[in-house]
Design a protein. Structure first.
Lengths: 104, 223
């Protein structure tokens, strides 16, 4: 391994690094589960935006989606998977490392 | 970039967790149930006479409140809260070390004072002294409760709640009541009514502030 590779910053998870998805991941990280309305309110994202980011995170296996019916209306509950939680923790660690490398 | 820096910081994750807890509890329903619980305890203490209606019914109602509090709260939130601010299940962590230390400290003081009350000879009947001391103990129990609330919400104003609990407990203990247990009944009743009023005010403000969101409507407006 060359010296160059040793000092190189670790890879940043691009999927989480996108601001909207970072908001979603951070919000889901601090709770057990939440629904679409909660995430819309907390992240200030529109329904369409949220849906699209959710699909990407679900495809990556970072979140799990559970659909149920409440009073005959669809209700979607979302939660971070173990993989998602680990990915977010690792993202935070990497970002912290990157920040530490920035000179004062 | 600033947001990304924030999310990598432990302090900001804690802040987000506390903000989320405050957000999920803004309907005031928990306060209403806590206030109800205190009023029922006051009723239980008041109903010492076996011939009174409350002697049997107050403990039954109290047990029912304890057992069914969570499912009733959940049902109410499904009807009122979640359609307005969304559903969230907050993480139920074990009490932290500082809260446990405060709780143990308060319990240790209570144990020492209780022992002293029994052992030190006095002209005042032990029964009267214990009722007075019970008020102060209840007030002291509000201290770990307020510590726990400050930790969960990040709102330091809850310390005032603990301090008020102890202060009012001490004031009630210094006043003379006949019979002596009337002091503790009034103390619990007073706190119960205040907490219910706080809960009701919060609930009304919540209903006014947050209209119901129909997911279908939001979805349709996006297309």
């Amino acid at each position: 391994m060359s010296n160059d590779e040793d000092t190189r910053s670790p890879d940043i998870d691009k999927l989480i690094h996108e601001p909207a998805r970072l908001k979603i991941m951070a919000q889901l990280y601090v709770v057990e589960s939440a629904d679409f309305i909660f995430l819309m309110r907390r992240t200030q994202l529109t329904w369409g935006n949220l849906s699209s980011h959710m699909s990407k995170l679900e495809t990556a296996g970072y979140i799990e989606v559970e659909k149920e019916f409440v009073d005959k209306k669809p209700h979607t509950i979302l939660a971070l998977t173990k993989k998602g939680r680990a990915a977010f923790q690792s993202y935070r660690k990497v970002m912290q490392q990157v920040l530490d490398e920035i000179p004062e | 970039m600033k947001q990304m820096l924030r999310m990598s910081d432990n302090a900001d994750i804690l802040e987000l967790e506390q903000e989320t807890y405050r957000y999920s509890m803004q309907d005031g329903l928990t306060e209403i149930f806590v206030g109800l619980g205190l009023i029922i305890i006051a009723w239980m203490i008041e109903s010492q006479d076996i011939r009174s209606y409350g002697f049997f019914s107050s403990p039954v109602i109290f047990i029912l409140l304890i057992v069914f509090r969570t499912p009733i709260l959940e049902k109410l939130r499904r009807k009122v809260t979640y359609p307005r601010i969304g559903y969230v299940k907050v993480r139920q962590d074990e009490p932290s070390q500082p809260v446990t230390v405060v709780l143990l400290f308060v319990l240790a003081i209570s144990a020492v004072v209780s022992l002293a009350l029994v052992l030190i000879p006095s002209d005042i009947p032990i029964y009267d002294t214990l009722w007075k001391y019970f008020q102060v103990s209840l007030g002291m129990l509000m201290i770990p409760a307020s510590f726990s609330l400050v930790e969960k919400t990040g709102d330091r104003r809850y310390f005032a709640f603990g301090l008020l609990g102890v202060t009012t407990g001490l004031i009630f203990a210094l006043l003379e009541f006949e019979p002596p247990m009337a002091g503790i009944v009034l103390y619990l009743l007073g706190w119960g009514v205040v907490i219910i009023l706080v809960g009701l005010t919060t609930f009304i403000r919540f209903i006014r502030k947050h209209p119901i969101i129909e997911p279908d409507e939001v979805e349709a407006s996006e297309q």
